[in-house]
Design a protein around this ligand. Structure first.
Ligand SMILES: Nc1nc2c(ncn2[C@@H]2O[C@H](COP(=O)(O)OP(=O)(O)OP(=O)(O)O)[C@@H](O)[C@H]2O)c(=O)[nH]1
Ligand SMILES: [Mg+2]
Length: 335
């Protein structure tokens, strides 16, 4: 294990915008060692006052739609305005591949070398819940280090969209012209979750088709119920490859912030996200403790066997395990 520094060293380093200290602190939040968990919480506690004055943007869309290319282009646009940008990924599928954003660093070559940008590949080998917690903590550390715009790419399909939606302020869906609506998540209700839609690859011979798609999605968006945020979802074309539309998208984000800060939604949404974070942590912690419990681990093979054979109902088996866990907790308190 790498040697750990004092809490002060990390905190001072992060607040001074030291990228190495930031990276090392993120690594500590990713660690599963109990002493690292305590250290990570202490670091976070100390930097919390410096976080939050930021905009968190989630970016989603089917594989190949151009999310990474978009982040490279959008990130460069933002840094050209002098803004500091951090890029993170939610990647529950990275167990095998080792994190696809890592490979993406080549796709984000210019951005990753920019002094105003910080790109962090997602941790590997974590559970879905672990990835979310990690991204939340990484986000706060980046904010404390002075990154004012956080871009979160969803990697992998399914639950990651909901997870990213649950930790960001503004949710952008990238789409393609003529790729089949069902495939792109219209049926999955993603359109109801988004704050803006950008039809990507609006360049070359694809430009007309993209324009057509923009009108179609505009019509589709009008049919959706009014948004809770009070901001009207807009649909625009863009080309991540050519860097087109980046200014319009940033303008939309800024408008969104103005609207939702004045009607109170921005703050309310973040408050709810924090409540969710707390509940997630409770669930996660209890689950971890339960499965690490020695008595539970000892009984597990037998009880699984009984369930497999149909000798015990799953619910009953679960209750037995929980009762055993509680009993061992009580006796450990007494001793
Ligand atoms: N013509 C054109 N090609 C693009 C554009 N944006 C991305 N591409 C290309 O589309 C391919 C996929 O782009 P990525 O940025 O890797 O897409 P992604 O959504 O991050 O993909 P995953 O991370 O695998 O889900 C690459 O070959 C890009 O060069 C664009 O605006 N126009
Ligand atoms: Mg990508």
């Amino acid at each position: 294990m790498r040697e750990r520094l004092s809490v002060e060293s990390y905190v001072t380093g992060i607040l001074a915008g030291d990228r190495i200290m930031l990276s090392r602190a993120i690594t500590i939040t990713e660690s599963r060692l109990p002493e690292d968990k305590i250290l990570a919480q202490t670091i976070l506690q100390n930097v919390i006052p410096k976080t939050g004055h930021t905009i968190r943007i989630g970016i989603t869309g089917i594989p190949g739609v151009g999310k990474s290319t978009f982040i490279e282009a959008f990130g460069q646009y933002l840094t050209s305005l002098g803004r500091r940008v951090a890029v993170l990924a939610i990647d529950p599928s990275s167990k095998k591949s080792g994190g696809s954003i890592l490979g993406d660093k080549t796709r984000m070559e210019k951005l990753s070398n920019h002094s105003l940008a910080f790109i962090r590949p997602s941790a590997t080998g974590l559970s879905l819940g672990g990835v979310t917690r990690n991204t939340r903590e990484t986000m706060l550390l980046c904010e404390a280090a002075g990154y004012e715009i956080i871009l979160v790419e969803t990697v992998g399909v399914g639950q990651s969209e909901t997870l990213v939606k649950g930790i960001t302020d503004f949710f952008l869906l990238l789409m393609l012209a003529g790729a089949g609506d069902e495939l792109q998540g219209i049926k999955k209700g993603i359109m109801e979750m988004v704050d803006a839609i950008a039809v990507n690859k609006a360049d070359g011979t694809n430009e007309n088709a993209a324009g057509q798609a923009v009108s179609e999605y505009q019509n589709a968006v009008h049919l959706l119920p009014a948004t809770e945020s009070g901001y009207n979802v807009r649909v625009i074309p863009c080309s991540a490859l050519e860097g087109k539309g980046m200014d319009t998208i940033w303008q939309m984000v800024e408008e969104y912030v103005v609207v939702t800060k004045s009607n109170g939604f921005f703050t309310k949404n973040r408050q709810l996200q924090n409540i969710d974070w707390m509940h997630d942590t409770v669930r996660q912690t209890l689950e971890d403790q339960f499965y690490k419990n020695t008595a539970v681990k000892e009984l597990m093979p037998d009880i699984e066997k009984a369930v497999r054979k149909g000798e015990k109902l799953p619910g009953q088996a679960a209750n037995d395990l929980i009762a055993l866990y509680m009993k061992s907790q009580i006796s450990s308190l007494k001793s």
